[in-house]
Write a protein of this length. Structure first.
Length: 473
């Protein structure tokens, strides 16, 4: 029997779900169908996806829980896979602009995925302004993280508007779902290895704490990150709001080059400036700088599509008015954050996630959410900001030219905002914003504030601001 067992971190993304915390990720793909050979039709697109499912094993697999949560669940080929349960045709209300499309995406984010089926959905949206179409893709975070998501998209995207059939591949017929007794028997090695995993996690954490203790404090690499509890640290509910915008990548790179910074530093500075403007407009800007959780991929070459991620915490300089000073502050703190993340935290979180059994993880996650413990402890961060390297060349999906790809990450209890950005074609930074709907009903002012923040930063840096390919609405 062939199957893949989930990692501890993948299992956490399942256990931590609740009606206010659906842990799936999404993407809005804007497509120009004029390049489709023979013209676009939904049936032709459906056929295109169906013939490529064998290239993306997670899309063929469903989740099977081990009885009593005594070992992580497994992925098995779904013997009843029906693409029409996952791929749907939709239409955006007139006039089909960004606001209408984002509203459809928000509604899709508010609905959980059905765990009795493979954990993905795609809606092909017609009627987008300018004769365009859009693809809304939703995947559960337990399947893959942002970097792995790009590998997933690579199986559907091509460098040419070619819709010819892919090379055939031999796929074994899906086997019957294993019985509970078989699941328990196969899980025995996982349970027996638990003491070693606990010892490994404990030794790893102790070693890093000792290294931290002996570190040269004068280097200021391990300074404590104080996170202000503020407006964004709100209890999560199911409502979501979405906005998106594209900004010029060359401008951001020019700023980074001129100030000995990374592209990620500039992105964080853009976000910091936008948040300062928007929170000041709402009269909820705290005196202390907001802190972002910034996911860091730990994927090695040849990894599968499972989650492999660590997190660093960076101050966003929202207490600094001058954009250049804010960039320098973020640049320096990001360098310290890399030391904190690598030297102190490392992969300890993943090690502890692997050490716990799923029923323990589910119990702890449920207790934390039910008692609202996150709202009585100091917050770890105020929001999530994620940067994903995207395709550096023009791409096509089913023959349609890819005009934009806006990633939408999950929000968590106590963190009401996620801003994810993907670089595309060496031309644009495609931002996707997801917010707690009851707290931020209209996220478009914040999307527009990102554009204004980049313009302010580029003027101050003396870097020409190239026009963006798509503005928020």
């Amino acid at each position: 029997m062939s199957y893949k067992r989930l990692s501890g971190l993948d299992t956490v993304f399942l256990a931590a779900e609740s009606p206010g915390n659906w842990l799936h990720v999404m993407a809005i793909l804007i497509l120009d169908p004029r390049s489709v050979p023979g013209g676009y039709s939904f049936d032709r697109f459906r056929d295109y996806v169906a013939k490529r499912l064998h290239l993306i094993p997670p899309m063929r697999c469903r989740l099977v829980e081990v009885p009593f949560g005594l070992a992580p669940p497994i992925w098995v080929d779904d013997p009843e896979l029906d693409i029409d349960r996952h791929l749907r045709r939709a239409a955006v209300p007139p006039p089909g602009g960004p606001s209408e499309l984002a509203r459809l995406a928000a509604e899709m984010m508010e609905r959980p995925l059905d765990r009795s089926r493979p954990l993905w959905e795609i809606s092909m949206v017609e009627g987008v302004e300018g004769g365009q179409i859009a693809l809304l893709a939703k995947l559960h975070h337990s399947m893959m993280d942002g970097m792995a998501g790009m590998q997933f998209m690579a199986a559907l995207l091509s460098r040419e508007p070619d819709i010819s059939d892919p090379d055939p591949a031999e796929i074994e017929s899906a086997e019957a779902i294993p019985s509970d007794l078989r699941l328990l028997a196969d899980a025995a090695p996982n349970r027996l290895g638990r003491p070693l995993r606990l010892a490994k996690a404990g030794a790893q954490t102790l070693g890093r704490l000792l290294k931290h203790r002996l570190a040269d404090r004068s280097a200021d690499e391990f300074d404590a990150v104080e996170v202000p509890r503020m407006w964004l640290n709100a209890p999560s509910t199911p409502e979501r709001s979405v906005s998106y915008i594209s900004l010029p990548l060359d401008t951001a790179r020019g700023i980074a080059h001129a100030h000995d910074a990374t592209l990620n530093d500039v992105i964080l500075s853009i976000v910091g400036g936008a948040l300062r403007c928007e929170l000041d407009r709402r009269d909820v800007l705290p005196d202390a700088p907001l802190v972002a959780a910034v996911p860091v991929s730990t994927h090695d070459e040849g990894d599968d599509l499972a989650n492999a991620v660590s997190v660093m915490y960076v101050r966003l300089g929202t207490d600094v008015a001058d954009p250049i000073e804010r960039l320098h502050t973020i640049r320096d703190d990001a360098r310290r954050a890399k030391h904190r993340q690598g030297s102190l935290f490392g992969n300890s979180a993943s090690a502890w996630a692997d050490a716990f059994l799923p029923y323990e993880t589910a119990f702890l996650a449920g207790l934390t959410l039910d008692l609202g413990l996150l709202h009585h402890l100091p917050p770890l961060c105020n929001l999530v900001v994620s940067n994903i390297p995207g395709p550096p060349v023009p791409l096509y999906l089913g023959g349609a030219r890819l005009m934009g790809i806006h990633p939408l990450g999950p929000i968590f209890d106590g963190m009401a905002l996620n801003i994810t950005v993907l670089s595309r074609e060496d031309e644009t930074l495609d931002f996707g914003l997801v917010a707690l709907g009851r707290l931020i009903r209209d996220p478009w002012p914040l999307a527009n504030a990102l554009k204004a923040s980049l313009e302010e930063l580029s003027r101050a840096a003396g870097v020409a601001d190239e026009p963006s390919s798509r503005s928020a609405s």
